[in-house]
Write a protein that binds this ligand. Structure first.
Ligand SMILES: *Cc1c(COP(=O)(O)O)cnc(C)c1O
Length: 399
């Protein structure tokens, strides 16, 4: 069976494909069917935080599967209780409650419901260049026209977008006290690994406090240690009212969480939010193992190896004339180019590293937290080689 042809025939064409087949993964490496090896700088869009084939997750899943594989949340079950206890220990509130779902977009939808019901207000503020998911509520909070334009009549209209990082623009929004929530990614992911000015989130917090608006930090990408702290908002000295988590939270098993101060989260009554597989024992067991490994030293590693990666990129390509900026926090990093990302991304893949992208001219790197120094070097030289090939082909094209 030709994998690529079959997927092209039978799967919807709504994904940007990178053109290659990956059939095996181990640690921070991926392999195609011929055995060609790649450094994984995408980790399944930030999911494989513990790397591929993690023993601890495998053992947790196996144990859980034999013990109690499926239990809907109408039944209490130890795996869920244990996850909730562990998860609450890494949340920024003394007294919190959590809704468990399966994907990031669901987590955002649940946050919208809580804010709507708690405040009895129906309008939301979101940021330019934001990304919150693709179901109707979350895509309504997502800024990019690319994701919205075909569905304008379906989207929730009561969303005001303000420029990310500009507190004055937020203050100028008319009738602030008619808004239920501000949704903000503390570090924007899809939008290009955008780090806000130092005081920005404090100012957002202040506007929310002054107007009775709930502050929701969407940490689906930036959370679970990705920036070197449990939550990216912790770098900015604020505490949100609600936060969303997803991607790597379940060690590769689909899982997400919407958490907040108890007083907000407890507005949800029986039937108002649920999911058949949300909070299932397998996801919970894997999630507990993820937290255990992060607490066991992996979280600190994100900060140190993230610096190594950024230094290495800055050294090899920081001064390159096709590079505008190298930036990032922990293992959430980007190289903004002066040209379109696609040929550079494809050329990096040829050079043995698979990165992600943002917008039209940014290469994004979200490697597993177990990425080695050796892989960092391969990644940086794949980037350098890709840029050199661009320069060479531009020269040929010009000659
Ligand atoms: C990926 C992402 C989502 C959506 O998560 P899905 O699991 O794809 O639904 C939401 N918010 C942010 C910040 C994300 O990066």
């Amino acid at each position: 069976m030709d994998v690529r042809e079959t997927e092209e025939e039978l799967m919807v064409h709504s994904y940007q494909r990178f053109g290659l087949v990956i059939s095996r993964g181990s640690g921070d490496r991926l392999y195609d069917p011929s055995g060609k090896e790649y450094v994984d700088l995408m980790s399944g869009y930030g999911v494989a935080i513990l790397g591929h084939g993690n023993r601890g997750v495998l053992e947790a899943l196996e144990r859980q599967f034999m013990e109690m594989d499926i239990a809907h949340a109408s039944l209490y079950t130890p795996a869920r209780a244990q996850f909730l206890r562990e998860f609450s220990s890494i949340l920024p509130w003394k007294s919190s409650m959590t809704y468990l779902g399966n994907s990031g977009t669901e987590a955002v939808e649940a946050a919208m419901k809580v804010a709507f019901k708690y405040t009895k207000r129906r309008k939301f503020i979101a940021m330019e260049r934001s990304y919150h998911g693709k179901t109707m509520g979350s895509v309504s909070l997502t800024h990019s026209q690319k994701y919205r334009k075909s569905f304008s009549g379906l989207l929730y209209p009561e969303v005001t977008f303000v420029p990310f990082g500009d507190a004055e623009a937020l203050r100028r929004v008319p009738d602030l006290d008619s808004y239920a929530a501000v949704f903000v990614e503390p570090v924007q992911g899809e939008g290009g690994v955008n780090i806000p000015p130092g005081e920005y989130l404090k100012e957002v917090r202040e506007v929310c406090d002054d107007n009775g608006i709930l502050m929701v930090t969407d940490e689906v990408q930036s959370g679970m240690g990705r920036t070197g702290k449990w939550w990216a908002h912790q770098h900015f000295g604020i505490v949100p009212d609600i936060l969303t988590a997803g991607k790597g939270i379940g060690g590769g098993i689909p899982m997400s969480a919407t958490s907040g101060r108890k007083e907000f989260m407890e507005v949800l009554e029986v039937g108002e939010q649920s999911s058949t597989t949300g909070g299932n024992p397998l996801a919970c067991a894997a999630g507990t193992e993820v937290i255990r490994q992060l607490k066991g030293g992996l979280l600190e590693r994100v900060d140190s190896i993230g610096r190594v990666l950024r230094d290495s990129l800055t050294e090899t390509v920081g001064d390159h004339r096709l590079v505008k900026e190298v930036r990032g926090m922990g293992l959430m990093n980007a190289v903004e180019l002066r040209i379109r990302f696609l040929p550079v991304l494809m050329s990096m893949i040829d050079g043995g590293a698979i990165p992600l992208y943002s917008g039209i001219n940014t290469i994004r790197l979200l490697p597993p937290y177990v990425i080695t120094r050796e892989s960092v070097e391969i990644a940086a030289s794949a980037m350098e080689g890709a840029l050199e090939r661009q320069v060479a082909s531009a020269r040929e094209g010009g000659a």
